[in-house]
Write a protein that binds this ligand. Structure first.
Ligand SMILES: NC(=O)c1ccc[n+]([C@@H]2O[C@H](COP(=O)([O-])OP(=O)(O)OC[C@H]3O[C@@H](n4cnc5c(N)ncnc54)[C@H](O)[C@@H]3O)[C@@H](O)[C@H]2O)c1
Ligand SMILES: [Zn+2]
Ligand SMILES: [Zn+2]
Length: 366
């Protein structure tokens, strides 16, 4: 079928809206009419090739839509169902078999190769193959092919444009706190970077009952939003180059937990150095391929610090997304205050607004 998609052809260049070819879903696949798709910082990291996704590609990995057709072997989802799309996994490796698909041994191949595991792609533009399985979806398009494994069914009256960003940025931030770090009530946590991921971590910290929530971001509007979400202390890293010292001073001996949500290696250093003895830092920001972290070895050893990576908030989307939706409905998880809607045709303006910091989470409405 013919669809409209936004193709990334060159680093740092605008995406190109084009009329292209989408193949029929295979027996185990699902055709989804995309209703909305959030733009995540990771889409831009991939467009710019800091993570080497093969170009040309259709990016987009926070999509939500309506199932249009299912392959002959698909069960559990049917035409007309409203669905949220999330990351993909292989279903066969030791992590997947241990119900930890977020650490799938083939996470990179399943999500960043933008190809099926057999190397094929359902998208072609003027006869040339275009990556069409980015995060098992390639959602910057009017339609996409997904797998039942990376779909979550939602209620028939769900507002898909509101829920779309749950599939990556929001579950990543909230899940890093609620699933991975699991701070006990009264803990002190510092969140570095208040984009969608960091702000969702702040919301997670409030739900976990953290007593002190330090939000670090150079943008005043983002610090203000973090405060309105429940951050107790705000730090502008631009005016305070020694951010780690500032966090430690603020909290006495430091943070029990730190979450790095910027993708800047020096900020990861600050997050670890802001920890109190026995603290744990979760490194979430997408670092450029080949980047290395630097931490003080003596501090790490003598203070018994834990430094760990976290993918997708250790979320099993079929369980965690309905939980977040219920918390939102109960007024306890107001993530929708981060969202700004754009028409699909405005995709480059939406990216520009996110890069300038003018909006937190742009959501494209197809
Ligand atoms: N690990 C995962 O599974 C996963 C999932 C989603 C996103 N990510 C990554 O997480 C990161 C955050 O994503 P996002 O969509 O929230 O991005 P974003 O660009 O919206 O947010 C980043 C924030 O960091 C702030 N910042 C910049 N310099 C800073 C500094 N020195 N100190 C503190 N804050 C600073 C920016 O002002 C911005 O508010 C990105 O690197 C993204 O690629 C990782
Ligand atoms: Zn796997
Ligand atoms: Zn993402």
């Amino acid at each position: 079928m013919r669809i409209t998609a936004a193709i990334a052809r060159r680093p740092h260049a605008p995406l190109e809206l084009a009329d292209i070819e989408l193949a029929e879903p295979r027996d185990d696949e699902v055709l989804v009419r995309v209703v909305a798709c959030g733009i995540c910082h990771t889409d831009l990291v991939c467009r710019d090739q800091a993570l080497p996704v093969p170009l040309p590609v259709v990016l987009g990995h926070e999509s939500a839509g309506i199932v249009e057709r299912v392959g002959a072997a698909v069960t559990g989802v049917a035409a007309g169902d409203k669905v949220l799309l999330s990351y993909d996994s292989c279903a066969a490796c030791p992590s997947c078999r241990a119900a930890q698909p977020f650490y799938c041994h083939d996470f990179f191949a399943c999500n960043f190769a933008a190809r099926r595991r057999d190397g094929s792609t359902p998208l072609r533009a003027e006869g040339v193959a275009v990556g069409g399985r980015f995060f098992g979806q390639s959602g910057f398009a009017t339609h996409c092919i997904a797998h039942p494994r990376n779909l979550v069914r939602v209620a028939a009256d769900a507002d898909l444009a509101m829920l779309a960003p749950l599939g990556c940025g929001v579950q990543t931030g909230a899940g890093t706190v609620l699933n991975a770090l699991r701070p006990p009530p009264g803990a002190r946590i510092a969140v570095f970077g208040c984009g969608t991921v960091g702000l969702s971590a702040v919301l997670g910290a409030v739900l976990a009952g953290c007593a002190r929530i330090v939000a670090v971001d150079p943008l005043p509007a983002r610090r203000a939003l973090a405060q309105s979400f429940g951050a107790t202390d705000l730090i502008d890293p631009a005016s305070l180059p020694a951010t780690a010292d500032a966090v430690r001073d603020l909290l006495g001996d430091g943070a029990d937990y730190a979450v790095e949500c910027t993708g800047i290696p020096a900020v990861a250093t600050a997050a670890v150095h802001a920890l109190a003895p026995r603290g744990t830092a979760a490194l979430v920001g997408a670092m450029p391929a080949g980047a290395e972290y630097r931490f003080d070895a003596i501090k790490l050893m003598t203070q018994g610090l834990t430094v760990r990576g976290v993918i997708e908030g250790e979320s099993r989307p079929a369980e965690f997304l309905p939980r977040l939706i219920a918390l939102h409905a109960a007024g306890r998880f107001p993530f929708d205050r981060m969202l700004t809607r754009f028409a699909f045709a405005e995709i480059n303006a939406a990216i520009d607004a996110a890069e300038r910091g003018a909006v937190v989470k742009p959501v494209l409405v197809m």
